[in-house]
Design a protein. Structure first.
Length: 118
């Protein structure tokens, strides 16, 4: 039986990057479903679940001072300061990820409020 301690730091970083990328893909699905649903005025239970998941993610980021806990885990295995050292994304997207997706979520919420109020 092999121990986790036998895994090299570079291999651990690959595993962390895969995990972080999978979480990123999951939240892309959540965010774009939210946007899709409010644009088509299909505000259903899934919209509220999406908002709940985004709310939980926001709280986690606030608790960790705007740093993803997976990034903190990745820092154990790398001393890189590149924005994408912890995820399989192009550097420019990793660098601006929070801003881009915050704007998309804000647009979705504004559309949803419009749909609910008018």
């Amino acid at each position: 039986m092999s121990s986790n301690k036998n895994i090299q730091p570079a291999s651990k970083l690959v595993l962390v990057k895969l995990l972080h990328t999978a979480i990123w893909i999951f939240f892309n699905i959540v965010i774009f479903y939210l946007l899709y649903a409010v644009i088509l005025n299909k505000i259903d239970i899934w919209v509220w679940i999406c908002l709940g998941l985004i709310g939980i993610e926001t709280l986690i980021l606030l608790v960790f001072k705007r740093v993803c806990p997976v990034t903190l885990l990745a820092k154990r295995y790398s001393d890189s300061d590149r924005a994408n050292f912890d995820i399989y994304l192009p550097h420019w997207l990793a660098k601006h990820n929070k801003l881009i997706y915050s704007i998309i979520v804000l647009i979705a919420i504004l559309i949803m409020l419009y749909r609910l109020l008018y």
